[in-house]
Design a binder for this molecule. Structure first.
Ligand SMILES: Nc1ncnc2c1ncn2[C@@H]1O[C@H](COP(=O)(O)OP(=O)(O)OP(=O)(O)O)[C@@H](O)[C@H]1O
Length: 333
């Protein structure tokens, strides 16, 4: 990655097809130089495969027929799951595919597939101040490691490590599946309750849309209440309106636990360049997140408080950070 943001130079008249494919939503677009256009969000559940979703997108954009002027010849996709070779199995979705077969099926000359949080990490140097909201104090140190995490359908985690020549290397880990640790007795009770349903209570089991439901249900059951059947958005709505105490507590616990995991990531990576929070959920929490225990929990690590306190934490408010990262990945091909 270069420090100056040299534009991607696509083949003349041919944009790059980009896609950010999560467990719930597949976002498609076309990148021409630095301009992202024709952005469309498709529900993954409505399509049997990634080819079907991409073909539906190209059809809607009037680019399905091979040879159509402006049809993309190259693609760069970010997927929620490990990328270790040609065969990709997504963590929270039944789609499974071969990169080579999808490339051929879509008539592309090249297709690059990277983990979605690797793409988000790659976007960080391209984010402008208006794409970020800082939560709490701290100042980033230039050229230092950056940590990225984001609750959505799952919990994505990555990091950006400085490399030679002013470039960066984005990590491709599966940090969302590390074991969730409690900080309070109430959290211990919730995790004990969740262990009755899950062999392994990972961070993703609490820090994701389904995780918010798990927190709400566990808190209700511990207090002897029958939990209602609520979606993550309904839990957030109740918490924002203050209409259901267990929803309020679930969202508060979610924010505090995200502070725990973000602090762990900062310590593990030595992320003095800052911690960046992406994913579809946190930006929807608005002031609930800003005023939550997130930042307090982030720094509250005993003898490591002085190490963590100067590290800034940001919410990424840009709609499509993975697209910026895909542009970066395509550029450094
Ligand atoms: N207002 C809300 N509050 C809390 N959770 C929400 C809200 N709206 C949507 N969600 C949940 O967010 C999740 C989708 O997040 P996101 O839009 O980041 O999806 P995604 O990109 O498909 O996810 P991922 O990349 O993690 O697989 C779903 O679990 C959904 O129920």
């Amino acid at each position: 990655m270069t420090a100056d943001h040299t534009p991607i130079v696509p083949a003349a008249g041919s944009p790059i097809l980009v896609a950010d494919i999560g467990g719930t939503n597949a976002r498609f677009g076309l990148i021409d130089g630095r301009v992202v256009r024709e952005v469309r969000v498709l529900r993954c559940a409505n399509y049997a495969s990634i080819e079907d979703a991409a073909t539906a997108y190209l059809t809607a954009a009037g680019l399905a027929a091979h040879g159509t002027p402006g049809r993309p010849r190259r693609g760069a996709f970010a997927v929620a799951g490990p990328v270790t070779g040609d065969r990709i199995a997504m963590t929270n979705l039944v789609w499974e595919f071969s990169v080579g077969q999808v490339r051929n099926a879509l008539g592309l000359e090249g297709l690059k597939v990277i983990n979605d949080f690797t793409a988000v990490a790659l976007s960080v140097p391209r984010l402008a101040p208006e794409d970020l909201r800082q939560v709490g104090d701290g100042t980033p140190l230039a050229g230092m490691v950056v940590g990225v995490l984001g609750p959505g359908s799952g919990l994505g985690v990555s990091g950006l490590v400085p490399a030679a020549g002013g470039r960066w290397t984005a990590l491709s880990g599966e940090g969302g599946h590390t074991t969730m640790a409690p900080v309070s007795d109430r959290e211990s009770s919730v995790l004990a309750q969740l262990r009755k349903s899950f062999d392994h209570v990972s961070a993703e089991r609490v820090l994701s849309g389904p995780g918010l439901i798990n927190l709400y249900q566990a808190l209700s059951i511990i207090d002897g209440r029958e939990p209602a059947s609520l979606t993550p958005a309904e839990i957030t709505d109740h918490a924002l309106a203050g209409t259901e105490p267990h929803c309020t507590e679930a969202v508060e616990m979610f924010c505090a636990m995200l502070g725990t995991v973000a602090g762990n990531l900062a310590l593990t990576l030595g992320a003095r360049g800052g911690i960046y929070i992406a994913g579809g959920i946190v930006p929807k929490l608005g002031n609930l997140f800003t005023h939550s225990r997130f930042r307090k929990r982030f720094v509250e690590k005993g003898r490591m408080r002085d190490f963590l306190a100067p590290i800034p934490t940001y919410v990424i408010t840009h709609d499509l950070p993975a697209f910026l990262g895909l542009a970066e990945a395509a550029e450094t091909d």
